[in-house]
Each structure stands twice: as C-alpha cells, then as structure tokens.
Design a protein around this ligand. Sequence first.
Ligand SMILES: NC(=O)c1ccc[n+]([C@@H]2O[C@H](COP(=O)([O-])OP(=O)(O)OC[C@H]3O[C@@H](n4cnc5c(N)ncnc54)[C@H](O)[C@@H]3O)[C@@H](O)[C@H]2O)c1
Length: 380
Amino acid sequence: MGLVGAGFVGPHHVDAVRRLGYVDIVAVAGSSQASAQAKADALHIGKAYGSYEELLNDPGIQVVHNATPNHLHYAVNSAAIAKGKHVVSDKPLAMTAAEAKKLLDQATRAGIVHAVTFNYRGNPLVQQARLAIARGDIGTPTFVHGQYIQDWLLKDTDYSWRLEPDKGGASSALGDIGSHWCDLAQHMSGLRITEVLGEITTTIRTRKKPTGSREAFATDRGGATVDVDIKVEDLASVLVRFDNGAKGAFSVGQVCAGHKNDLQVEVCGSKASMKWKQEEQNELWIGHRDGPNQILQKDPSLLDEAVRGYAHLPGGHQEAWADAFCNLMRDIYGFIAAGKSPTDAHPPTFATFEDGYRANCVVEAILESAKAGAWTRVKY
Ligand SMILES: NC(=O)c1ccc[n+]([C@@H]2O[C@H](COP(=O)([O-])OP(=O)(O)OC[C@H]3O[C@@H](n4cnc5c(N)ncnc54)[C@H](O)[C@@H]3O)[C@@H](O)[C@H]2O)c1
C-alpha cells in the first residue's frame, strides 16, 4: 500500500490496513519532501515521497490510497490507474460527475480494482439493516429520511479547504457529508435516488481564513487570518424520490451546534421501520405499529449469519468508526488478494468508482435543483 495525503483521514487508512496483518505499508507521499518525511516518521512508514508521481513510480506499491483534498482526487486517481495500480479513493470520487465518470471508464478499461471509502457501510448493524430490508422484514420501503449534521464549521473562525470551490468543489457540505448520506441511504434501502428538490444555504458568508495551513477539524488556534467571502453551502435540505416510488428527505449541515458526526438514516416500510444512528452505532432501532419497538444490539450472536463477520467483539463491547473503516479494508484487500476481477461480485461494504460516480451525480442534481428551484432528475 502507498498513501497519498496524510492529513486527518489518511492515517486512518493506514491504521485500518495495518490491522489486516498481511499488507505492507510501503510509502507515503505529501505535498513536499519535508511534510512527507514528517508523516512517514509519525506513522512509522519506511519511505517518504515529495510528490505523488514519485510514489506511483515505486514498483513495490500495488494499491494506492488517495486521501488528498478533493481537487487532487482526479489527477492522483487517474495517474495511479495509468500506472496499473489498484486505487482506494476517499470520497467524493471527483470534483464533478463528468470527472468521476472519466475515472470509472479509465479504471474499467485498465481492469484495476477500484474502491471509494463510503465507510459507514462497514458498520455491522448497517449490514444487518440492509440484509433485513432486502429480505422484506419491514415490507416495501415507502419513506427514507435522516440527516448528516456536524458543528465544526459553526464559527466564522472555522475554516477548511472544503469551503473553497477550486479545492473542495462546487458544493461543500453536500459533497463532503451529503455524499455519505446518499450512499448510505441507498445502500441500506436498496433503492436508487432518481429525483431531488434541494434548498442550499450559506449561513456564514464571510469567514476568517488562516494565512497558514490547517488540517480538517483543527479549531482556531489564533494566528493571522484574512476575511474571505464564502460561496458554497454549509447547510442543505433535500426532498428525494426513489426508483420504487418511495419518498425521502434529508438535511445536511456543518453549522449545527452540538452535533459532532450526527449521521442518521431511517427506512420506513409498509410493515416496520429501521433506523441507524452513527453516534449510537451499536444499536439498530426497529419500529412497529402493533407491538413494542425494538433495539437490536450489535451482538454477533443476534446478527444474521451473512453479516456476523462484520462484528468482531461480543455484545456490549462497543465497536465504532475505525472498526467499520477496517471492515471496508478487509473486504477490499480480501477481494484484491483473492485475485478477483473488478467485474466479479463485490462484498457489500465495498463501494466502487461506480458508486462514487453516482454520489457525484446526486450532489450535482441537488445543486442544479437548488438553483432552478425545481425538482431535478439525477442524470446517471
Ligand atoms: N471517508 C471519510 O469518512 C472521510 C473523512 C474525512 C475526510 N475524507 C476525505 O478525505 C480527503 C482528505 O480529507 P482530510 O480531512 O484528511 O483533509 P486534510 O486537509 O486533513 O488532509 C489532506 C492532506 O493531503 C495533503 N496534500 C495536499 N496536497 C497534496 C499533494 N499534492 N500530494 C500529497 N498530499 C497532499 C495535505 O498536506 C494534508 O496532509 C477529502 O477528500 C475528504 O473528503 C473522508
């Protein structure tokens, strides 16, 4: 494995892959030799490269993980595919749906294994809900709703490259975390988003940008700043139509005090409902009309055989974000190590560039809808 970009999430890729026990972490690439070396030292990785191009020339690297800011996703992913490497890209797959499609086509032609880290799929109770819903336990899904709200951009002193369209893309909150909600809602429900009606808002229109660099989730530590106008959304509300006729609604925001990583998806069906909350991820809520509601705890002995393998500890022993991330890596690397072809069936937690492309398409449709003030069909 070689890692490009070791800011907030990159080290979690390393941690998850290390836990597999059979993958060597060969090198890390940063934006300069000095920053790459500092990351290599901190993460105990043998080699440091001052550019991703150098890392891609390393014949010892078979799988490239891309955890750079969004504006570099296309270039790094495309160059890695051109070198015949397998690619694990963080989300969003690209800045635009058109770029994401190009990556999907290039990866397909090259025959490499391609993955996007929609890591919430890796939670055992997400897999349990998906399986139960597909089996018909809640009847026909009619309404899928939820939210993904955070508070780390609440103050005007909070800043991230995600707020700059040339680095984060035309969308901020929707591309950053709305893409997770859309993937998870479709993954759990088994439905596809076909049409959207969005409203987007920029609640903080001027922010204080630090003149030095700052990694994601780092809070204001003083220092010089410059006032900048913000053009992208930090809040969004979306109505959704699904391919089976089901309806949906979700809200996304990074300016909601007290909400740290509050991702929730509920699927209401003709017989029952199921809700998974990221911040209480060891419980699955099952709602009934004619009897008491239930809480299914993450306990391997209570899960279906087919998803039991995603839970690694007995009931009452909490598993969390990093464990779910590791489940993804187990599925992705298991697939690669088994010599499977990208056209073979993928394990469920393993989102591909096709899923990444679809998420880009949904976000673009929401932006288009918000601009037009009208329902907009998602063009896949
Ligand atoms: N799956 C998830 O849950 C999740 C969580 C956080 C971030 N992400 C995604 O991961 C990506 C990175 O986000 P982050 O929060 O870690 O950002 P970050 O700003 O903390 O880290 C990005 C890193 O990339 C480095 N970098 C910049 N230019 C580079 C270059 N040319 N070559 C190599 N490295 C370079 C930066 O120095 C920094 O260390 C984003 O696309 C984001 O959407 C995903």
